[in-house]
Ligand binder design. Sequence first.
Ligand SMILES: Nc1ncnc2c1ncn2[C@@H]1O[C@H](COP(=O)(O)OP(=O)(O)O)[C@@H](O)[C@H]1O
Ligand SMILES: O=C(O)C1=C[C@@H](OP(=O)(O)O)[C@@H](O)[C@H](O)C1
Ligand SMILES: [Mg+2]
Length: 181
Amino acid sequence: MRDTGLRYAMLDRPLILTGFMGAGKSCVGRLLAARLTCPFIDLDAEVVAMAGRSINEIFAKDGEAAFRALESTCLEHALHRGGAVIATGGGAVIAEANRALMRASGVVVNLTAPFDLIMERLSGARDRPLYAGDDPAKRVKLLMEQREQFYSDADIRIDTDGKSVEDVAAVILGYLRGLAA
Ligand SMILES: Nc1ncnc2c1ncn2[C@@H]1O[C@H](COP(=O)(O)OP(=O)(O)O)[C@@H](O)[C@H]1O
Ligand SMILES: O=C(O)C1=C[C@@H](OP(=O)(O)O)[C@@H](O)[C@H](O)C1
Ligand SMILES: [Mg+2]
């Protein structure tokens, strides 16, 4: 069943998913956009399209700062498109300007998962430069701690532990229904 009513309710407001790598932003976002029959924008894909190279290549050749600049530009473009579901990359919340823009433009939904589950979901990931290299567990732990303050800057936080992608999308749809009522 498609939530066409909700689609119209949020037509001019993006729904923005934030959260750490592996929280499920991309999977949940794609499903949610299908349910809402609205566009789905994955910021990582937008960055790759704009740069003409992979995220791994951008990090390796241009550095993280260059990636963050592209990410901010793509976020701005995406927010201007109005009613869409936007899956951000896990680090999009670091820049204060990005957070302010997200809060001012749409509904910010933060997906969370405990450290062990994040590690489980990321195991084998090859397209995440911040997960690659020596001791990814140590880096993930540190980044999760450092970013917690930024992720908490959201309209709603949803713990995805024990929930399927469908379950998480259903919680968000329920929240949107509450907003539209
Ligand atoms: N709620 C969930 N339950 C089980 N697996 C999940 C869930 N959310 C995401 N995953 C899995 O975790 C991995 C990362 O998901 P993804 O949507 O790419 O996360 P993100 O975009 O937040 O980094 C994928 O393999 C996906 O299938
Ligand atoms: O947390 C981060 O800094 C990053 C998360 C990634 O997106 P996902 O959160 O979708 O994996 C991607 O933007 C890049 O590898 C950097
Ligand atoms: Mg993603």
